[in-house]
Design a binder for this molecule. Sequence first.
Ligand SMILES: [Zn+2]
Ligand SMILES: [Zn+2]
Length: 132
Amino acid sequence: MVEGGCHCGALRYALAAAPVGSMICHCRSCLRITGAPVVAWLTVASDAFAITKGEPARYASSPKVDRRFCGVCGTHVAYTTTDDPDYFEVATGTLDEPNAFPPTHHSWLSHDLNWVEFGDGLPTFQKSRGEG
Ligand SMILES: [Zn+2]
Ligand SMILES: [Zn+2]
């Protein structure tokens, strides 16, 4: 069982199955919402993601998107979109063991900050991996 949660501990979650994807997002929405220059995300089947403690606050950063975060400490924990309701995106940095599922690619390089440089050699995409 993989577990994680927010910084203050009010919000906890568990993953009943291993993620099916792991990537680093450079998009403007992730940057603005977290204040970080990139955000790493895991893709998890919706039925494998469960909140085990607390009730997440929710924010629709765009009409189709539902972001879940801790209403106490503000940690951004998860993201869903009505375009892909079978999956949750879970913020890798909120795992208890964030090294467990290393990223395989970078997305949304079209929004990249010009001072962010990775030397990891992973594939990069101008939008999401599916969109190129
Ligand atoms: Zn919290
Ligand atoms: Zn993003």
